[in-house]
Structures are given as C-alpha cells and as structure tokens.
Design a protein around this ligand. Structure first.
Ligand code: AMP
Length: 404
C-alpha cells in the first residue's frame, strides 16, 4: 500500500452485501448546453461503482457539480451525469433531490439490484460547503459504509468529504483514490532518475509549494507558460507586455539561486511565440529570447520546444503541471502539444496534474499515452506539496458520535 494511505481502509475491506453504501464521487464534469464535454471523471469512477454493484451494496452516490449559488441554479443539475452513468453501467440511476428527506430512506429500502441512487448536486444543500454537522448527521443516519473516491474534491473540508465520514465507523477509499495516491507517491518516494518537473500555466504563485517540495527531489525544472516571464524578468531579460507577477520577482530570483546552488537544471524559454493581442489568435516567432516592447509571450518558440523535448527524452520520471502557452487558442497551442507528444514518446513514468493540464493533454490527443493523468487539479498539487487532504485525514481519525 502507498504510504499516503497508511491507516486508511479501502472498499475491499468491507462486507457490502445489502449494506447502504454512501459513495462520494467526483462527477464534476464540464457540461455545455446539457452535453458532457469530457467524461473522464465519470469513467474513472466506474471501477468502484461496478465493484459495489457486484458485491450487492445499496448504493447512494453523491457528487458536486460546479459552484451553484442555490438549488435554483438548474444548470448545475447532475441530470446529464445520471443519464450517462445509466448508459455506462447498464443500470437505472435514480436522481434524487432531497438527501435530507425521509423519502430517501424509503427508496433505499426498496432499491432493486439493477438500481442505484445518485443524489442531486450535493452543493445544492447550503450545509455542504460549511462542513455542517447537522447535515452530516442526517446523511450518517442512513449510511452503513462510507467510501470516498472523489480525489478531485478531497482537498475540501466539506460535509460529504469530511463531517460525514467522521461519523461513520466503516469508511475508506475507493479504487480511484487508491490509484491517484499510489501514482503521486511515486513522484515523492524513490523516483527513477533523471527526474524532471515541467511547470507552466499562468502563475508562479500557484506553484511555489510544489517547487519548494520538489527542489530537493528532481534533477531539473522545465518552465513554460506565463510563469516563464516572471523567471525571465527576474533574470533581467526583456519580456515586453507578457504576464509577470512583479510581487514574486524577488522570490523567483532567490529560487533560481537555490536551484543553481543545488546544481539543478533550469530550462527556460530561449525564444517565444508573441502577439499584440491574444484575442486576435495571430502572432509571430521571436528571433531570440528578447520580447519587444508592446508584444506579449503566449507560447514557447521552436528552439525552446527542441530544447525541452531533448531533456524530456532523457528523463525517467516526469511530472507535468500547467500548459506551455495559451493552448486554448489553436495558434498558441504548439508548445503545449509538442510537450504532450514528447511525453507520449517517453518510456519512463509520465504523470500529469489535473485541471488545465489534464484538459491540455486531452486536447493534444496523447492522453492515452501517459502513465497517469490526475483527476484532481488542486488536490494533486496540494498532495504533492505535502499538505494534508481533509478527505483522507478524516479517514484516519477517531469516529465522532453524532451530536443530535
Ligand atoms: P494554471 O491554471 O495556472 O495551470 O494556468 C492555465 C492557464 O494559463 C491556461 O488557461 C492558459 O491559457 C494560461 N496561460 C498559459 N500560458 C500563458 C501565457 N503565456 N500568457 C497568458 N496566459 C497563459
């Protein structure tokens, strides 16, 4: 077992036949005009649901979707998800919108073998994001076994992630969390060398924790995205109108010095793809590392791509978080997609963080060539930094007796 799961049980440890199983999943998928545009999180939840079905559990699934202000925010309904789950599982998924009513207990009692309940968006309940004891007590009232498989939500101390399992004796994690922690632990414990961290995206500030944690473990950092301009500016290079975090320049300078002192490789862009206006979708390649006044860097340039791909080829372990440019615009996606291709050709371990990085790899067409793509953006970064995830920590604590 991965050390990150020490002291935590898994779904295999429980007798599930006829038991009411509360399954917290992360079914927070992007939906446009009622259609799911990326069903990765649904598919990644299937092994645990199928296992519970095979073992004969009475399943009550719960997830949030987006950030609804109230239950009236119908665009955040899990209805499309319930429909897709029914298709993928070949069973009837009953979307139920009042987890606090007595009616749910009656429904659970008469649930048939080919049926499962999916609670409507758990954030429609005002108590969910408040880690509310009262709401948790009601859920615990009908939960016999609690399983958390919502990796992407485990960094949130919300009711269905934290207060509820605190009250249930039989609790643990599902197969997705088990896989995620196992993969992320491999980035921290005896990784094969050379080990490269590729960091991009919009801000240095979001990645400080990860850089601090990985600086003693990796052999080198590849920096791209808007983050790179803060690094280049810190080195006194001209970056034009590119996005720079001026309040992080001193820190970045100090970090570069620490990387040098530890003899870590630091790869920064040596040319760029620049534009005057992101919305135009047009731009040009710079001759060298200089970005002219009035221009903005939106992607890494061709020589940089070559340098980065050569380093990736040599690596045995790679962690990638954050796109190399504004990849959502096709003209600015070449750097990001070239990195995805290089990772797809690497024979070592390639692990991609969730969120925008997962979306970028998905868009590149190389997703199925990665060792692992995390389903959690914030959760994977927080875990790697060594922060405690509330959804995991609670599973190690003593059970709390319901107070009402
Ligand atoms: P993050 O959420 O920090 O991983 O950042 C992802 C976002 O960074 C994406 O939406 C990209 O469009 C954006 N991004 C990447 N490179 C740049 C850049 N050079 N300038 C502005 N935004 C960028």
């Amino acid at each position: 077992m991965s050390s990150g799961l020490k002291g935590i049980k898994t779904i295999r440890d429980f007798e599930l036949a006829d038991k009411v199983l509360f399954l917290r999943l992360d079914l927070n998928v992007p939906i446009e005009h009622g259609k799911i545009t990326d069903e990765t999180r649904i598919r990644e939840s299937l092994p645990t649901i199928k296992y519970a079905m095979e073992k004969g559990a009475r399943i009550v699934m719960a997830s949030h979707l987006g950030r609804p202000k109230s239950a009236a925010d119908k665009q955040y309904s899990l209805e499309p998800v319930a429909h897709r789950l029914s298709e993928l599982l070949g069973l009837e998924v009953i979307l139920f919108d009042d987890p606090k009513s007595d009616a749910i207990k009656s429904l659970i009692k008469v649930l048939k073998k080919n049926q499962a309940i999916l609670l409507e968006n758990i954030r429609f309940e005002p108590g969910e994001t408040k880690n509310d004891i009262e709401f948790a007590t009601i859920l615990a009232g009908y939960t016999q076994v609690y399983i958390n498989d919502a990796f992407g939500s485990s960094h949130r101390a919300h009711t269905s992630i934290s207060a509820l399992p605190e009250m249930v004796k039989d609790r643990g994690v599902g197969f997705l969390i088990e896989k995620e922690i196992h993969m992320l632990d491999q980035l921290l414990e005896n990784p094969k060398k050379p080990y490269l961290a590729i960091l991009g995206g919009s801000k240095v500030s979001d990645k400080i924790g990860v850089i601090e944690k990985l600086i003693d473990i990796v052999d080198g950092f590849i920096i791209g995205g808007a983050m790179a301009y803060t690094f280049l500016k810190a080195q006194g290079k001209p970056v034009g109108r590119s996005l720079v975090e001026t309040d992080k320049l001193n820190y970045t300078r100090e970090m570069i010095a620490r990387m040098e002192a530890r003899k870590k490789n630091l790869f920064l862009p040596v040319d760029h793809f620049v534009t005057t206006d992101i919305a135009s979708g047009k731009g040009e390649i710079t001759k060298d590392g200089t970005i002219a006044e009035g221009m903005m860097g939106v992607d890494i340039g061709p020589q940089t791509i070559k340098n980065y791909c050569a380093a990736i080829k040599e690596a045995q372990t790679i962690f990638w978080n954050g796109p190399m440019g504004v990849f959502e615009t096709p003209a600015f996606s070449q750097g990001t997609f070239a990195i995805a291709k290089a990772l797809s050709e690497n024979t070592g371990m390639t692990i991609v963080g969730g969120g925008d990085s997962a979306a970028a790899v998905e868009a590149s067409g190389y997703a199925n060539k990665m060792t692992h793509i995390s389903t959690g953006g914030g959760a994977s970064l927080e875990y790697l930094q060594g922060m405690k995830l509330p959804g995991l920590e609670v599973l190690r604590t003593k059970v709390r007796t319901p107070s009402i």
